[in-house]
Design a protein around this ligand. Structure first.
Ligand SMILES: NC(=O)c1ccc[n+]([C@@H]2O[C@H](COP(=O)([O-])OP(=O)(O)OC[C@H]3O[C@@H](n4cnc5c(N)ncnc54)[C@H](OP(=O)(O)O)[C@@H]3O)[C@@H](O)[C@H]2O)c1
Length: 273
């Protein structure tokens, strides 16, 4: 009998580590599944989904730039996906319906709290950036009851929109990078894509409180500039987003297969490559 098949969809997709991660989870939990990657033309996401349904694919991860398109085409949305406005996990059901979830937020939270043993409760959190990823990570962070969450972004209106969107859940604040002068934070989360250019956002000196932690959603070379800068600025620890990547994949795997994989061995394996 044919194995259940899963995919990651994106454009570009060649760099994706998802097949390595999911195959490692499958081996670990002794499940016979196939997991591949597929490059989707920028204007053909809906067509690709119909094709996957006809192929009998069981599920798909969705990455840049299709998470919002995936949000639009699904028949059912989880709470997390609804709030994030984006879907990164598709489940194709036997009756033809498609369920959409978003595991980015839980992925970040599990990396922070389980892998890095950080407590969020009572912490002052600063988030750099206000793109799609931030929308996905806010709810799980807020649920840990930090004392403050501030969002700063180059385009201030996007940070302000998030403050309004989450107003019923938490009293977030927003501001410009300059408005950070004289403020202190316990946890800084970099969710800008500036690392792709080897750059760091224009955060003023002195914003790390004693024992503060810096976390970059990016990983690999794209995270080096931020981590180096955070160390120079006095952050006690600086982490990259590889653990989040593996944790969000683990949450997707668990939605599809009903098994929560062990992540640390897979994170160690990816770091060893
Ligand atoms: N580890 C993981 O599992 C994981 C999961 C999801 C995302 N990510 C990473 O998280 C990052 C953000 O993803 P996203 O989906 O939120 O991206 P996005 O929607 O494209 O948002 C990009 C953010 O970066 C800011 N930015 C870009 N260029 C800038 C510049 N020159 N100066 C200042 N700010 C700049 C944007 O500000 P404006 O609004 O002003 O344009 C925006 O806030 C990406 O690097 C992505 O790879 C990692």
């Amino acid at each position: 009998m044919k194995n259940d098949s899963y995919l990651v969809l994106g454009n570009p997709i060649a760099h994706s580590k998802s097949p390595l991660i999911h195959r490692a989870f499958a081996e670990q939990s002794q499940q016979d599944i196939d997991y591949d990657k597929r490059l989707v033309p920028l204007d053909s996401f809906a067509e690709c989904i119909r094709q996957l349904q006809s192929e009998g694919i069981k599920g798909a991860n969705v990455t840049v730039p299709f998470k919002e398109a995936a949000f639009q085409i699904v028949d059912e949305l989880s709470n997390a996906a609804q709030l994030a406005g984006a879907v990164n996990t598709l489940s194709f059901q036997d009756d033809g319906r498609i369920a959409g979830d978003n595991t980015d937020g839980i992925g970040l939270l599990r990396d922070l709290t389980k892998n890095h043993k950080l407590s969020i409760k009572g912490k002052r959190i600063l988030i750099l950036g206000a793109g799609g990823a931030v929308r996905g990570i806010l709810k799980p962070l807020i649920e840990q009851r930090p004392s403050q969450v501030m969002i700063v972004n180059r385009t201030l209106s996007k940070a302000e929109e998030l403050v309004t969107l989450f107003a019923g859940l938490f009293d977030l604040s927003s501001g410009s990078f300059e408005s950070l002068v004289g403020r202190k934070f316990d946890l800084m989360i970099n969710a800008t894509s500036l690392g792709l250019q080897g750059k760091v956002a224009p955060v003023p000196d002195g914003v790390f409180a004693d024992n503060a932690v810096a976390y970059d959603l990016m990983y690999g070379d794209g995270s080096k500039a931020f981590q180096q800068w955070a160390g120079q600025q006095g952050a006690k620890q600086a982490y990259d987003g590889l653990g989040m990547l593996v944790q969000q994949a683990a949450a997707s795997f668990s939605i599809w297969r009903g098994v929560q994989p062990e992540t640390q061995a897979v994170i160690d394996y990816l770091r060893s490559l």
